[in-house]
Design a protein around this ligand. Structure first.
Ligand code: HEM
Length: 440
């Protein structure tokens, strides 16, 4: 006998739907979990089911990729990322994932450390010379957005820092923001209606495509072993190669930027943890360069990064769709064609698994084996787990190793920082960091 999934009545469900579109939705999801429990449905013509408990999250994420697919809302990203790995489905996804996987193996990621080190040292010396010229406050969302973007372009696609890279960055970021706004607005005007906004949007797509295709064309004869070099020599169409380039840039730069920024914020707010981390970094780094052996030794740093991603998961929720009926725990059945929402934000802050959830306590991750499965899934899990998880963790470790070695920092203003969630979880305002050189 299946159990009826709890949830608000029709009137309340409509109200919730409006709130999800108009308010900070991670708090609305949290309220649904608190009021109705681990499995919640909205009583609307479209079946929407929220899964907040690790067992059911595991069933969805680990499930066969043919039974659970990405929800229809991902289609709004097609104009930007097309059928790249994030939005691809079925056999096409499988082929793209198998092709990309060797480029993201541990071995391949290790080989990218020297590049990450060079890029980070360039950033550190740029900050140093700005300080020498009298600057003391830095907009770290902007600074690190450029940094993470340029690491991906170099590490995966071998772009030189030329005009095209700048164009791609400018248009990709702008278009992503426009699309996210579209997803979360209740009325969506088709993009062929010639409004000023649509013209700007269509022009942005054209400019982005021109820049990406000209990079592909410039590398047609390339013998490079980069991800792009391999894509060009494969049997993937030029359109899929374009989609993959834009997908990896979009999926990888902002998430990593946010993970770094939230970690910086939490460290500023918890000076005792920053002190302990500084000691570890100074001890492990001494005056040498970062190597894979040293990365492995930065244990506390890894816990700090995990704990920051627990409290502020850069991707705050995931959305899927059931292709057939799926049996959940407690005799609930998820009907075919349901939209499923799993929220990292809600589960990462659930006091049953994370006592005093808002307390920044990196030691929770001291022994990762003790963490209950699917109570922490910043990169998702299962077949569609983030392919760049290892890459971004290494990049973040590299940033903190050099940044903390050379600088002291604090928040320029101590007002409370809240967040807002679009596709990612962003600070609700610019982050100004006071940075000064460390005197050793
Ligand atoms: C802290 C940084 C990052 C976080 C928190 C993160 C998080 C995620 C999450 C939650 C997903 C699953 C999305 C879904 O199923 O709807 C995902 C997928 C993906 N991520 Fe990341 N990501 C990060 C960095 C990166 C980087 C650096 C890259 C590439 C260089 C990347 C590339 C991708 C791709 C291509 C997918 C789609 C995988 C597939 O469906 O097979 N991500 N990421």
């Amino acid at each position: 006998m299946e159990t009826k999934i709890p949830g608000p009545n029709f009137r309340e469900s409509v109200k919730y739907l409006f709130r999800i579109f108009n308010e900070e939705r991670s708090y609305v999801y949290q309220e649904l979990a608190q009021k109705y429990g681990d499995v919640v449905t909205l009583k609307l013509p479209v079946k929407i089911v929220f899964l907040f408990n690790p067992k059911d999250i595991g069933i969805i994420l680990m499930g066969n990729h043919l039974k659970v697919r990405k929800s229809k809302s991902y289609k709004y990203f097609f104009p930007l990322i097309g059928k790249g790995l994030v939005t691809a489905e079925g056999l096409a996804w499988k082929k793209q994932r198998s092709f990309a996987s060797p480029h993201f193996s541990k071995k391949s990621t290790d080989t990218k450390l020297p590049l990450m080190v060079n890029k980070t040292k360039e950033l550190v010396s740029r900050i140093s010379s700005e300080i020498d010229k009298g600057s003391s406050e830095f907009d770290t969302l902007e600074l690190l957005g450029n940094h993470t973007f340029s690491i991906i372009t170099q590490a995966l696609f071998d772009f030189s820092a030329g005009e095209n890279e700048k164009k791609i960055q400018k248009h990709a970021i702008k278009l992503e923001q426009t699309l996210v706004k579209r997803i979360f607005s209740l009325i969506k005007l088709p993009t062929y209606i010639p409004t000023a906004k649509n013209k700007e949007y269509n022009n942005g797509i054209e400019q982005l495509n021109n820049a990406v295709y000209s990079i592909i064309d410039s590398q047609l004869e390339s013998k490079s072993n980069s991800f792009l070099g391999s894509l060009i020599r494969s049997d993937f169409s030029k359109k899929i190669i374009r989609d993959e380039i834009v997908t990896y840039l979009i999926a990888g730069y902002e998430t990593t930027n946010l993970a770094i920024n939230w970690t910086l914020i939490l460290l500023c707010q918890n000076p005792d943890k920053l002190h302990r981390l500084t000691e570890e970094i100074q001890r492990v780094m001494s005056n040498d360069e970062l190597t894979i052996e040293k990365v492995n030794k930065l244990e506390y740093l890894k816990s700090v990064i995990n704990e920051a991603m627990r409290i502020y998961p850069p991707v705050p929720f995931l959305s899927r769709e059931s292709v057939e009926d799926i049996e959940l725990s407690n005799k609930y059945v998820l009907k075919k064609d349901s939209i499923i929402i799993c929220s990292q934000f809600v589960t990462h802050r659930d006091a049953r698994y994370w006592p005093n959830p808002l307390e920044f306590k990196p030691d929770r991750f001291k022994d990762e084996k003790l963490i209950e499965k699917f109570t922490f899934f910043p990169f998702a899990e299962g077949p569609r787990k983030c392919i760049g998880a290892g890459f971004s963790k290494q990049e973040i470790i590299c940033f903190f190793a050099y940044f903390i070695k050379d600088f002291e920092f604090s928040l320029a203003d101590s007002d409370k920082i809240d967040h807002f969630s679009s596709i990612t979880l962003k600070p609700d305002r610019k982050i100004a960091l006071k940075i000064k050189k460390r005197i050793t």
